[in-house]
Ligand binder design. Structure first.
Ligand SMILES: C[S@@+](CC[C@H](N)C(=O)[O-])C[C@H]1O[C@@H](n2cnc3c(N)ncnc32)[C@H](O)[C@@H]1O
Length: 247
């Protein structure tokens, strides 16, 4: 049981070398093939924007936003090796900081046009704290774009297999038992937090956000030809993207 952000961060520190290598040298089908297109479409024209990325990892998405014309991108991550790696490739318009995304107290109110959370809220003990802090630092009219594990997957997400190992269907169980789940990633175990869809949506609404759109990313047959590893994505909702706006 992970009791604090420090416990959780130890898992990310252990995973960081493999994660950074995969982000920079691997095919990364989930990012490149599935999530980047709708995430970038959701971000829209970022020319001249001040952008914050909560849980930026080694900075991959920050660099993409910077290359698309953002005026300034600040990437935050609690994992020091991730931030060190991001700084290796940093341009003048990017900044990186070791920081807990649940506490943005070092940032002024209403100073960002766009905030991105790319698979970070599922890692947080208190995603509501991050949501409230993001609301505070966003300018009026600013948007918060969140990619997350789909609650249908974060509940259990296990495939039930046939006698020859073929995937038959995914079992959803313990959906209403919110809390820790443990997943193997690249040879180490990572703790994620499962919450129901209504917990996420009601927290966004209660914080004051408008929900502009919800996307459940899937792929086309053409994309599948390029990324055959993504065949599950035609069948089950593994990820979800929320597009929120501060009124
Ligand atoms: C699934 S990775 C995603 C990284 C990056 N956004 C990407 O898409 O490649 C989750 C990241 O969240 C970071 N993280 C976990 N807990 C955090 C916290 N409390 N505050 C900031 N970052 C955190 C981890 O260190 C890790 O880099």
């Amino acid at each position: 049981m992970a009791n604090s952000s420090d416990d959780l961060n130890r898992e990310w520190i252990a995973l960081a070398p493999a994660w950074i290598k995969e982000a920079r040298e691997g095919r990364n089908p989930t990012r490149n093939g599935l999530l980047d297109p709708p995430m970038l479409a959701a971000c829209g024209d970022v020319t001249g924007l001040r952008i914050l990325d909560c849980g930026c990892g080694e900075g991959r998405f920050c660099r993409i936003l910077m290359e698309r014309g953002a005026a300034y991108v600040l990437g935050l991550d609690l994992c020091e090796p991730m931030i060190a790696a991001a700084r290796e490739l940093q341009s003048e318009r990017e900044a990186y900081r070791v920081q807990d995304a649940q506490d943005l107290g070092f940032l002024e109110d209403e100073t960002f046009d766009l905030v991105v959370s790319y698979l970070n809220q599922c890692d947080l003990l208190d995603f509501a704290a991050n949501t409230k802090e993001v609301f505070r630092v966003l300018k009026k009219g600013g948007r918060f774009i969140i990619a997350n594990l789909h609650p249908m997957r974060s509940a259990t997400g296990k495939w039930h297999r046939g006698p020859d190992g073929e995937k038959l269907y995914v079992t959803v169980d313990n959906y209403f038992a919110e809390g820790e789940r443990h997943w193997p990633i690249m040879g180490t175990m990572i703790t994620n937090f499962h919450r129901s869809l209504s917990t996420y949506i009601n927290t966004f609404i209660e914080t004051g956000f408008l929900i502009k759109k919800i996307i459940e990313p899937t792929i086309t047959w053409e994309q599948l030809a390029t990324y055959p590893e993504l065949d599950d994505e035609l069948r089950v909702p593994n990820f979800i993207i929320y597009i929120l706006q501060k009124p």
